[in-house]
Design a protein around this ligand. Structure first.
Ligand code: ARG
Length: 343
């Protein structure tokens, strides 16, 4: 493979950091799972409108291709290669009284973490057999959960299109990966090995073999962020005792996309801010100050509907889980104060 050509207006981190020197130093290198630089960058080469543009095939990718991954990780998370990542999953240290006790702004709260299974390649490099084995192990582990975490695993294979559509619309299920995931190899063998676990109340869910092998999700209507975090932590600990997670001392939980490393946690609310959204620059400035990301309510690359936004922490590595959630709480408190002031 030759040095890829990027369009002149390309703004992805891949085209920023993949210099010809880095490319020459890393071409021809493979991880022990046979994952190459060409595979790591394919998504960003095929999709020059990527914001990031790279994926890892295994934990080793982050080491062997550090000349490319490290500057991307630093630009996204503000995490320098000499920094250390710490985890803190103690809900007692999160200060999160409901920022919207009257229920005027926050429609729902959702906190997810990404996890992958220790001893397997990540999704971009996994084989069909390995993916199916992970599904079997994860589903079996999940089906032994008890109390409010008890539920059932629903494989995507054989699920009716109507059921699938309804679950996606209610934000419970993922759809087949977009062109970014497609180019990363994460849609291979779709829908084999993929599925969804949920408890009876649908407040605890696990996506199996989407972008990561597990996306562990706690969600409920309203703004009781502390309750959502407490349930997430209980679920993560229960699953960890059944399925060992892939982790590195330096980068925390290993994920296929470098934006998810570390805590692999995205703490979000769906929040109505119709007045503030009219002054979009101000809205963006408040979010930037608190390191928050603004998304539409139907997934990552969607638009806002009716002034409702998905607001979440942007940084996941170099902050603890408690700090990342706290950042979101504080930003949301300020956003609500501003919206109240404007109306
Ligand atoms: N690869 C895509 C891009 O670079 C998504 C990056 C972050 N999102 C994610 N789901 N990992 O734009």
């Amino acid at each position: 493979m030759d040095y890829p050509t990027f369009p002149a207006d390309c703004r992805s981190m891949l085209c920023r950091f993949l210099t010809p020197e880095v490319f020459d130093a890393l071409r021809g290198v493979q991880t022990s799972n046979g994952f190459t630089l060409e595979q790591a960058i394919r998504s960003g080469v095929e999709n020059p409108d990527s914001s990031i543009g790279v994926y890892a095939g295994d934990g080793e990718s982050y080491i062997l291709y550090a000349a490319l991954f490290d500057p991307i990780i630093e630009a996204y998370h503000g995490f320098h290669p000499s920094d250390t990542h710490r985890s803190d999953l103690d809900p007692g240290r999160l200060n999160a009284p409901n920022p919207d006790p009257e229920g005027e702004f926050i429609l729902s709260t959702r906190i997810r973490v990404g996890r992958n299974v220790a001893g397997f390649p990540l999704g971009p490099a996994i084989t069909r057999e390995q993916r199916d084995e992970i599904e079997t192990r994860v589903a079996a582990g999940l089906e032994t959960l008890t109390d409010d975490l008890a539920g059932r695993y629903y494989p995507l294979t054989g699920m009716s299109p109507e059921t699938q559509r309804a679950l996606i619309e209610d934000h419970f299920l993922f759809k087949e990966g977009d062109r970014f995931l497609e180019s990363a190899g994460l849609n291979r063998d779709w829908p084999s090995g993929r599925g969804l676990y949920h408890n009876h109340d649908k407040t605890f869910l696990v996506w199996v073999n989407e972008e990561d092998q597990m996306r562990i999700i706690s969600m409920q209507p309203g703004g009781d962020i502390a309750a959502v975090f407490r349930r997430l932590v209980r679920a993560v600990r229960a699953i960890e005792s059944r399925v060992p997670f892939a982790r590195s001392a330096h980068l925390g939980y290993l994920t296929s996309c470098p934006t998810n490393l570390g805590t692999a946690m995205r703490a979000s609310v769906h929040i109505a801010l119709p007045k503030l959204a009219e002054d979009y620059e101000r809205f963006e400035a408040i979010c930037a100050k608190h390191h928050l990301q603004i998304r539409g309510i139907h997934g990552e690359h969607s638009e806002s509907v009716g002034g409702v936004y998905d607001i979440s922490n942007r940084r996941r590595l170099g902050v603890t889980e408690v700090e990342a959630a706290q950042e979101m709480v504080e930003g949301v408190v300020e956003l609500i104060a501003e919206e109240k002031h404007l109306r």
